[in-house]
Write a protein that binds this ligand. Structure first.
Ligand code: GDP
Ligand code: MN
Length: 377
């Protein structure tokens, strides 16, 4: 899950990374007491806000209220502006790029430092104007002192201990929040010390189960900002179900996003139209299956349901149990078609057979049947 700048900065603050003071403004807030100098930054999840006009530095006699109103009319790469940060403006002497992420090929975390961060980092990196250092480190030992010293020297950091604290805090956040990315671009050298001007924090959705409360809180904040209606993909609150409403007549449930999307394509190829799609979010259980079925079936236009399951961690007997519960509880006679394979598939298939629910080994056949049924009904 991607966090907004303000969400990331709240975490930064908690871990002692210096950030500017400021506050969040929502579209309906009446703000007319702000005076320059200050910085206004729209809160969107797409990158390159600065380039797209989403960052306004208000100096001298800038009309702040008008600037705020103007920013609220913007869409940044298709994302409507619903909230912005008003921050104390800082004087920047130099901008540095810092991030911690994974080197997936080497299976290590990696600290990435660019000697001149800012909005042109990608471009200047390509032109080799930017010197970028990739420092892999042992996840258990963390970033070693010598590695931080090496970098501090390369980028002429004067206050070494201040710099070290920031890097260590970044790694602490990376570990404790199960992040896949913790980025500060730019980390500014200012007359008063180092300041994280921007934040980009991505959390690992696979670690959701370890941070349920946090994920819910962050998601609620997001939904509050975006307005429930504008969120096309609604994440279910307690669990990892992603529900996508569409406009056809076939309901689709899958236990992974990849299989699901592939199935949507196949349905299209067979001439079917998908009514809605539920992705159960990887590791799942009978309750999640039951909930997903209820969500899918609650759409009156659904004429057939296709369930596509690949059992790895997921057990097919569990999935069958959820499907049977649905049949028993709702007693709706929407025809269900299933393709299941993998862990405990024999038991799962047996249970389905007893309940007269067709199970297919071939995804193509299952899709074909579901499409045909929806057309008949
Ligand atoms: P991004 O475009 O989404 O990456 O937004 P950033 O928050 O990184 O801001 C983009 C650029 O605006 C930074 O690289 C800075 O050059 C500039 N900027 C942002 N805040 C301040 C500030 O408080 N003072 C100054 N002088 N520049 C700022
Ligand atoms: Mn930035």
């Amino acid at each position: 899950m991607k966090l907004y700048e303000f969400q990331g900065k709240e975490i930064f603050k908690k871990y002692g990374i210096p950030v500017q003071s400021g506050f969040l403004i929502h579209a309906n807030d009446k703000i007319n007491t702000l005076t320059p100098p200050l910085v206004l930054k729209v809160q969107v999840l797409v990158g390159g806000r600065g380039r797209a006009g989403g960052i306004k530095i208000c100096d001298g006699n800038t009309d702040v209220s008008k600037t705020i109103n103007d920013l609220f009319t913007l869409s940044i790469k298709g994302e409507k502006v619903k909230a912005m940060l008003a921050l104390e403006k800082v004087d920047i002497l130099k901008e540095i790029y810092i991030s911690i992420t994974f080197n997936r090929a080497k299976l290590t975390p990696v600290l990435i430092i660019g000697t001149s961060g800012g909005i042109d980092i990608e471009k200047s990196a390509k032109l080799n104007k930017e010197k970028i250092y990739f420092i892999e480190f042992d996840p258990f030992l963390g970033i070693s002192e010598y590695q931080i010293r090496f970098i501090a020297k390369k980028i002429n950091i004067e206050n070494y201990s201040e710099f070290k604290k920031i890097i260590e805090a970044m790694y602490k956040i990376f570990k404790e929040y199960d992040a896949t990315l913790v980025e500060i671009n730019p980390l500014a050298i200012t007359p008063g010390g180092l300041v994280a001007i921007d934040s980009k924090v991505n959390l690992d959705d696979q670690a959701h189960f370890r941070h349920k409360e946090l994920f819910n809180k962050l998601r609620e904040e997001k939904q509050f900002i975006q307005g429930e209606k504008d969120v096309h993909v609604l994440k279910h609150k307690e669990d990892t179900i992603t529900y996508v409403p569409l406009s056809g007549d076939i309901g689709v449930i899958s236990d992974g996003a990849g299989t699901g999307l592939f199935t949507l394509d196949l349905i299209n190829e067979y001439g079917g139209k998908v009514a809605n799609f539920c992705e159960m979010g990887g590791i799942t259980n009978p309750e999640v299956m039951l909930k997903s079925l209820k969500m899918v079936a609650s759409d009156q236009s659904v004429k057939s349901i296709l369930i596509v399951l690949i059992g790895g961690f997921n057990r097919m007997d569990d999935m069958a149990e959820g499907i049977l519960k649905f049949k028993k509880e709702l007693n709706k006679d929407i025809p269900i078609f299933i393709r299941m394979c993998g862990t405990k598939e024999e038991i799962g298939k047996e249970l389905m057979k007893k309940a007269n629910i067709p199970v297919y080994d071939s995804l193509n056949v299952a899709v074909e049947k579901a499409v045909k049924k929806a057309m008949e009904n």
